[in-house]
Structures are given as structure tokens and as C-alpha cells.
Design a protein around this ligand. Structure first.
Ligand SMILES: CC(C)(COP(=O)(O)OP(=O)(O)OC[C@H]1O[C@@H](n2cnc3c(N)ncnc32)[C@H](O)[C@@H]1OP(=O)(O)O)[C@@H](O)C(=O)NCCC(=O)NCCS
Length: 264
């Protein structure tokens, strides 16, 4: 598929035969088109998975060609994927995301209403494609509860997160904050009710210009987020400031059920 080549480059392309086989087995692929352009403007691809003893849909890829970003197509593709899953009785769609991509964070957290409570170091190993080359492929595991009220409201645009300035005015502390272009020192999570974790506004551009600082951000986010998640925090919002800065909002979550006890 040319759109995969264009967005990621040839190295991570999923072949069409595999896409068809997955669709034939409950998975989902949708292509989005713009009037007057015969090439696909966007696409989404995911498959059925099992996680924590429950069926869920794993969304492996979402892409909109650069010319069509900001057009609403990305949301339309996720809505189509959601409709497909709700019809199947599936309630959660999940995917992995590079936590340093601010645009994706806005899209996933602020616009869709997703959240994360899992961080994976170097999830895919070294990746050669143009978005990922040169850095360990750390990922957050994003969960999207597609039947929840918050999701409905976010999709309808009825409910938006507060601004980063508002969160700062409330006195919410940072576990990680930028110091100029570089990450500042990590203040490990303790018992705060809310925490902010800042990321760069334009990570790809920073990585191209200053790979060392990009790597420093990778390690700083790791250092801040891993202990926070281990203490039971989840990142539930991504907040933006008028000047382009952006930060995840972390809040403590009720503990998840432990492993099912199979003893008689
Ligand atoms: C991820 C992707 C599908 C989203 O599509 P999109 O058309 O860019 O998404 P939208 O414009 O609807 O939403 C992005 C939001 O981030 C905002 N945004 C854009 N750049 C940003 C930045 N650098 N920092 C913060 N926010 C940013 C946009 O303004 C928009 O918010 P708004 O609607 O409130 O204005 C698309 O950007 C893409 O194909 N990226 C490359 C592939 C990829 O990363 N796939 C996703 C893997 S999880």
C-alpha cells in the first residue's frame, strides 16, 4: 500500500495479503478518500486480540497523508473502526504509541478520550522506518473504551480537556518538565493527586536537528513514567498550552484486579 510507504517508508509495511487475511478473520481495514484524489488519503488497520482474558481489538496502524492531516479523516477512520468493534461486542480498542509524539497524544487522549497505564521499553526493537529510526522504540499501550460516555462526548466534541495553563494555575506539580529544549530533572511521583509530564511539541523535528536531545527525552520520559505507572498512576489526558507546550496529566487509578486465582 503506497500510503504505508509514504508515512513510514517501506521497512514496516504490512503486505496486502495479510491485511485481507486479517479482515477475513474479524479484523478491520478502512481506507479514506478525499474528493478528486484517487489515492487513499488515510487508512486504519487492526485485528482481534485477547488481553487480560478479554477480547479486544488491537489497532496496529493509523495514518493520514500529510496533505489531509487536520481534515477530520483520522477521527472518521477511528469512528468506523469503533462501529465495527461495537457490532462485534468488543468494548476496548488498544494500540501502541510513541509517548513523545505530541500530535498523536492530542489526537488519542484529547480527541478520542483514550488513556494509558502501561509503558514498554523498546517494544518493537530497533525500527528502521523514517518515524522511528535511531531511537529505542519505547511505547505506551493506549486503551480506548469505545462504549464509555467520555468517548462519545470527545468524539462529538462536547467535552474538551482543560488547558495546560489551567492545570498549572491549579498548582499541579510536574514529574517531568522541559528545561528549554532539554528535559529537566525528573521529580519522581509520590502521593500527588495529579501530575504533569511534559514532552516536546515537535519531536520529529527535534530528532532530526538534535538526536542527542531526542534520546535524552526518551530516557527522561522512561525515568518519569515507569515508576509513576508502577505506583498506580495512569495518563488520562494530554493538555496543551497556547504557546504549543504539551503535557500528559497523570492521576492515580484504582488497582487492577490481580491474576485470577485458579486454586481450588
Ligand atoms: C496520527 C494521525 C493519523 C492523526 O491525524 P491528523 O489528521 O493529524 O489528526 P487531527 O488533526 O484530527 O488531530 C491532531 C491534533 O493534534 C494537534 N497537533 C498537531 N500538531 C501538534 C503538535 N506538534 N503538538 C500538539 N498538538 C498538535 C492538531 O491541531 C489536532 O488538534 P485539534 O483538532 O484540536 O486542532 C496523523 O497525524 C498521521 O498519519 N501521523 C503519522 C503516522 C502516525 O503517527 N500514526 C499513528 C500511530 S499512533
Amino acid at each position: 500500500m503506497p500510503i504505508q510507504e509514504e508515512v513510514w517508508s517501506g521497512d514496516v509495511v504490512v503486505p496486502p495479503q495479510l491485511l485481507l487475511a486479517v479482515v477475513h478473520n474479524g479484523g478491520f481495514v478502512a481506507l479514506g478518500y478525499a474528493a478528486g484524489d484517487e489515492r487513499a488519503a488515510g487508512f486504519v488497520f487492526g485485528f482481534v486480540g485477547i488481553y487480560d482474558y478479554h477480547f479486544r481489538h488491537h489497532s496496529h496502524m493509523l495514518a493520514v497523508r500529510e496533505a489531509y492531516r487536520g481534515s477530520g479523516l483520522a477521527k472518521a477512520l477511528k469512528e468506523a473502526q469503533r462501529d465495527h468493534c461495537l457490532d462485534q461486542g468488543i468494548e476496548v480498542i488498544a494500540w501502541t504509541m510513541d509517548p513523545l509524539e505530541a500530535r498523536n497524544a492530542v489526537f488519542n487522549f484529547a480527541k478520542l478520550g483514550a488513556f494509558t497505564r502501561e509503558y514498554h521499553r523498546d517494544f518493537y526493537g530497533p525500527m528502521p522506518d523514517k518515524l522511528n529510526a535511531g531511537l529505542p522504540s519505547d511505547r505506551i499501550y493506549v486503551e480506548w473504551p469505545i462504549g464509555h460516555d467520555r468517548t462519545y462526548k470527545r468524539l462529538r466534541g462536547e467535552d474538551r480537556p482543560p488547558s495546560l495553563e489551567e492545570a498549572e494555575r491549579e498548582g499541579i506539580a510536574y514529574t517531568l518538565r522541559a528545561d528549554g529544549e532539554r528535559p529537566g530533572n525528573v521529580a519522581p511521583a509520590t502521593d500527588e493527586t495529579h501530575l504533569l509530564l511534559e514532552i516536546p511539541a515537535h519531536f520529529q523535528e527535534l530528532k532530526a536537528r538534535d538526536p542527542k536531545t531526542a534520546l535524552a527525552w526518551r530516557f527522561a520520559v522512561r525515568e518519569a513514567i515507569e515508576p509513576a505507572f508502577a505506583r498506580g498512576y495512569a495518563a488520562v489526558e494530554f493538555l496543551r498550552a497556547a504557546n504549543g507546550r504539551g503535557a500528559y496529566l497523570l492521576v492515580p487509578q484504582p488497582r487492577r484486579e490481580g491474576v485470577i486465582d485458579t486454586d481450588e
